[in-house]
Design a protein around this ligand. Sequence first.
Ligand SMILES: *Cc1c(COP(=O)(O)O)cnc(C)c1O
Length: 390
Amino acid sequence: MSKSNNNFLPYSRQEVIEEDIKNVIDVLKSDFLTQGDKVPLLEKLISRKVESKYCVAVNSATSALHLSCLALGLTKSDILWTSPNSFVASANCGLYCGADIDFVDINLSNGLIDIELLEQKLVQAEKRDKLPKILIPVHFAGVSCDMEKIYSLSKEYGFSIIEDASHALGGKFNNDYVGSCKYSSITVFSFHPVKIITTGEGGCATTNDKNLAKKISLLRSHGITKDQKEFELSPKGEWSYEQQLLGFNYRMSDMHAALGISQLKRLDNIVEKRNQKLNLYHELFEKLPLKIHKPSHNILSSVHLGVIKLNNKDPLFHKYIFKSLRKKGIGVQVHYSPIHLNPYFRKKGFREGDFPMAETHALSSLSIPLYTTLSVNDQIRVTNSLKELL
Ligand SMILES: *Cc1c(COP(=O)(O)O)cnc(C)c1O
């Protein structure tokens, strides 16, 4: 957002401080703009933070999701399930691999995959021999899904889990950081500017499985290894490298990584600030005809989004509130217009009514401004605007 437009409050925005800028400039003045030491350092620091054995940084969460699916062997004739209440990338990663995709509807109280519906769908899918190879639960708004339950279903029905934690860096489930992969094969984070920390564009995958980490890092760089110990043929000389798989250029640059390293230092503080702002909204909204979700006590939300749900369920009312708030410079957004209702997915046979909870959620909820630099006065302004309209 430009300074001249500071009356407008976006639903989210990055916080870049002088030290972040200095750290990026230092890379620009150094010998390596890419493939230097900053990406491995960011990976090490994220692994240490979330307590995973491995972390592979890439140029976006979308890339991380794609490579995670490939590393788990997803291919044509396989099936991937995810939440319809997410960004399209949660489903597209399966399509990139040629797999079929399907969705599990959400629980209206929190916007997360509904575990009971998941179990029912698994029972039905087993009968038709259509079980998914991969499930991607999405930690919507920074609130972790119940990974313990999803994990036990994965053991019973034999699917792998990739956590889409694009919203949830710094959050916890029970006492473990999201990304520890205690209940999953792989966890994916996004570092897009609207997310918890940013590298500009960027993302990563964490895992405790050495082979998955190796495969993801091979695939992010053309499928090429320079490590002679890993060679399939005998090396022709010191200069040799081998392409062993069909990979991509999904690498993160050192400039991006330097920004991430600098931001990561403030992660706990960022999550705390976001929680404080959400708590203030809770207090300010006490008498308003709307709901704002509070996660259960065993979950620390990273509070990526401040999602309110209007008591009045008339879609026209929702539309009117959205439009009126935008007019007042309150940058509300809907998270998410359900994936399956996009034209591309309708052409695959999905239609209105397939996932009614996600559809109802989209027609009754709004993400209101919530980010670290949002002031108390801004929050009061949001509250007063809502008060007037509701
Ligand atoms: C932002 C987001 C992504 C994609 O992240 P990029 O880093 O922009 O590729 C994927 N899934 C969810 C749930 C997201 O919010």
